[in-house]
Design a protein around this ligand. Structure first.
Ligand code: MLT
Length: 406
């Protein structure tokens, strides 16, 4: 018997066609929503195709739902998941649906699954599924929620706080799951990957977004975790935040990994584009951003399942977080003046096909920082940790190992 282990929380919106004549979320629709939340959770972990990759299907053997309160069209429900039993061929999950707006528990459910082959015979639970759901120990607790600087942040925490720490800061409009393969690969380090405010499962206040606020959140997060000094690994917008951390808290940094990012501020045109994009998000939600950005984020060689996962992440981003981040990037300070004084060991990484922050820009960035080295990742565009996770993790692991030898 396993003690319940928390996994990713998933937010889903209740639609009118899921409700009955009285406007309540219909009891039968709960089954669909619980199922959608489970798939989304897998999509953010080992991949939605993890079962088919292993020629195994998780058949529901038993389902039970307790209905606690009514939900209505437009409500956003937050689905939590916990593994309560992992057997050889079966597993049991407990799921909860809460409404974060008033913190009301709407329903709880328990599902027993048996893994079966195409012939309908019970077969072992695929190893990556079992690992994803069950192998976190007290020092390696996976996703936590920590309230810092007035917001509740979802944070993936792996490893032991006594190990060299590395803080992963995701790009726009993504979340901590972009680092998942890197977190798995970087054994021997204390890995901290938060959802920034406004992204993923973190709180998304309506106002209060700036590079300074993101950096203050992260410093408070390090304090809450008892981490004194870290290597900051920031991708694109995460790099802008890394520069802000270098400005505000240089004593907390041991090194920098700057991925697919730039030190220059937005041009006047780019600033106007940020405002237009924010207006689109207010009017139509995340889909115009997903449509416009997906092709530029990923190289043409990226598998469709991976692209679908990235799209899912963008589509799940709260509008307040998108609008806030667009304003924060529009108003970010010029960090070029900082570079010559950055004495920290720095690794600049860029995807060879990145058209958003191309390799020529990355070379200029590496040349401007006294103690920096450039690495170009082939087969990647703007998101090397997702497109080429092994090669990218190796670069970061080597950088960490060299730091430890100093
Ligand atoms: C990102 O990946 O974070 C964005 O492309 C950054 C930006 O839009 O400047």
């Amino acid at each position: 018997m396993y003690s319940p282990m928390p996994m990713a929380e998933i937010d889903l919106t209740v639609y009118p066609d899921e409700c009955d004549a009285f406007g309540h979320l219909n009891q039968a629709s709960f089954l669909t929503l619980f199922e959608r939340a489970r798939w989304e959770m897998l999509a953010r972990g080992p991949g939605m195709d993890v079962f088919t990759r292993h020629a195994v299907w998780p058949a529901v053997r038993k389902a039970g739902i307790d209905y606690h309160a009514a939900a209505f069209p437009g409500d956003v429900l937050r689905f939590g998941h916990a593994l309560t039993h992992l057997g050889r061929t079966s597993f049991t999950m407990r799921q909860t649906a809460r409404r974060p707006a008033d913190d009301v528990l709407i329903a709880t459910a328990e599902f027993v699954f048996v893994c079966i082959s195409r012939e309908g015979k019970p077969v072992p639970v695929p190893e990556p599924v079992g690992r994803f759901m069950a192998t976190r120990d007290a020092n390696d607790t996976g996703v936590r929620r920590l309230t810092v600087n007035g917001v509740s942040l979802a944070v993936d925490v792996r490893g032991d706080a006594a190990q060299p720490a590395i803080l992963f800061v995701h790009g726009f409009p993504l979340d901590r799951t972009q680092w998942a393969p890197m977190l798995d690969a970087l054994d021997g380090t204390f890995r901290i990957a938060p959802d920034l405010r406004g992204f993923g499962a973190s709180d998304a206040p309506d106002l209060g977004y700036s590079m300074a606020t993101y950096a203050a959140d992260l410093i408070a997060l390090l304090d809450a975790l008892g981490v004194e000094r870290v290597v900051v690994c920031g991708l694109s917008m995460g790099g802008y935040i890394a520069f802000e951390l270098a400005r505000r808290a240089p004593d907390r940094l041991r090194g920098l990994v700057l991925m697919d990012t730039r030190a220059e501020p937005d041009s006047p045109d780019a600033r106007r584009n940020r405002d237009a994009t924010a207006q689109q998000a207010r009017d139509r939600g995340p889909s115009p951003i997903a449509d416009a950005m997906l092709g530029r984020l990923l190289s043409e060689r990226t598998p469709r399942t991976v692209a679908a996962r990235v799209r899912g992440t963008i589509m799940a981003t709260p509008v307040a977080g998108l609008v806030g981040a667009l304003g924060a990037m529009r108003d970010r300070p010029d960090s070029t003046g900082l570079l010559a004084d950055l004495t920290l060991p720095t690794l600049v990484i860029v995807g060879e096909d990145d058209s958003i922050t191309p390799p020529t820009d990355a070379r200029r960035l590496a040349e401007a920082i006294p103690n920096a080295r450039l690495a170009i990742v082939s087969g990647a565009a703007h998101l090397p940790p997702i497109e080429q996770p092994r090669a990218t993790a190796r670069l970061v692991a080597d950088f960490m190992a060299q730091l430890d030898q100093r």
